[in-house]
Design a binder for this molecule. Structure first.
Ligand code: F6P
Length: 359
């Protein structure tokens, strides 16, 4: 039996722990393991396919990033390929991926990725490949699993940043707007904002009004709290508006969401007369060591993915449905993206402890 492992989409702390657990679990069964580098690019001649031995995964569980590298631009169904005239064109190269996997004698593949990579996996399964998915994203926006690994680390990084911003904001009587990742979901902003005791939390699931945001800041001022911390999910937008998008995307890449913090800081300063600053936490949230929680979850996912292959659960994804790790069809996980429920207890508690959502 020979299996392969690939990591796709944005990296997330815990990827290496999944790889390690899957490799050791597979070797334990006497299977052979290959690592496909840079997502499906590794099967399209752009990078390499490497043997994953016990030595290859030694001492990596605590490391951020992925030893297999990754890319946001590896969709083999829309693969950016250079034409003879030098221009990039998106081409369907899925047939080559399937043929190369067959050539390498790969019996089954573990693909570790977010909704984009899992959707590609689903399409490849329908073309006959045997794939088990492992959900990964700091955004926590994959349905069917209580959480994805990487999310807890990102939230902790954001909380640490909020703690630091509090002291400087208070010293200067400033409003500081911190933008966190999450694409179209507000989980990082909500969890970090509540745990970090932000004053305003803005998430895409609850469109905000600038006036309401400013009302909260003015009310704090009147109460003698001359500083405020606003945590904005990068996908947050005003009622009647749309998400801010930064620059043009490269071929094969999704549009980049962001820029809301800078816009908000300028507008809050204009409306309230208070001095405002903005910060984009950005890729700091994706880097560094996974927390203990993420390391354990990632390890559980890696072991469960190998068991899923042994049980022939192809076209399925491992998922946390506490207290157990289960397997669910990729189709179920991908039917609806996971979003913050505006009536969730965390939102209700945030409101009742005085946090404004700008609505
Ligand atoms: O999906 C993970 C994520 O970090 C999002 O939160 C963010 O919008 C995006 O990836 C950033 O992607 P990139 O690494 O291409 O800038």
């Amino acid at each position: 039996m020979r299996i392969a492992i690939s990591t796709g989409g944005g990296d997330a702390p815990g990827l290496n722990a999944v790889i390690r657990a899957a490799v050791l679990s597979a070797l334990h069964r006497g299977w052979d393991v290959l690592g496909i580098k840079r997502g499906y690019a590794g099967l399209l001649g752009e990078d390499e396919v490497v043997p994953l031995t016990r030595d290859a995964v030694r001492g990596i569980a605590h490391l951020g990033g992925t030893i297999l590298r990754t890319t946001h631009r590896g969709d083999p169904f829309h693969y950016p390929t250079r034409r003879p005239d030098g221009a990039l064109e998106e081409m369907d190269r899925s047939g080559e991926v399937i043929a190369r996997a067959r050539e390498l004698g790969i019996d089954a593949l573990i693909t570790i990725g977010g909704d984009g990579s899992l959707r590609i996996a689903q399409q490849l399964v329908s073309r006959g490949m045997k794939i088990v998915g492992v959900p990964k994203t700091i955004d926590n926006d994959v349905s069917g699993t209580i959480t994805t690994f990487g999310f807890d680390t990102a939230v902790n990084t954001a909380i640490e940043a909020i703690d630091k911003l509090h002291t400087t904001a208070e010293s200067h009587d400033r409003v500081i707007v911190m933008e966190v990742m999450g694409r179209h979901a507000g989980f990082i902003a909500l969890h970090a904002g509540v745990a970090g005791t932000a004053d305003v939390i803005l998430i895409p699931e609850i469109p905000f009004s600038m006036e309401r945001v400013c009302d909260k800041i003015r009310a704090r001022d009147r109460a003698g709290r001359h500083f405020s911390i606003v945590v904005a999910a990068e996908g947050a937008y005003e009622v009647g508006g749309t998400e801010s998008v930064i620059g043009a995307s490269l071929p094969g890449q999704e549009k980049r969401v962001g820029g809301v913090a800078d816009r908000l800081a300028r507008q809050i300063q204009e409306h309230t007369g208070k001095e405002c600053r903005s910060i984009v936490l950005g890729h700091l949230q994706r880097g560094g060591m996974p927390t203990g929680y993420d390391r354990l979850l990632a390890t559980r996912f890696g072991g469960a993915a190998v068991r899923a292959i042994a049980d022939g659960k192809f076209g399925q994804m491992v998922a946390l449905q506490s207290p157990n790790i289960v397997c669910i069809p990729l189709a179920d996980a991908l039917a609806e993206p996971k979003r913050v429920d505006p009536h969730h207890d965390i939102v209700m508690t945030a409101r009742s402890t005085g946090i404004s959502f700008g609505d």
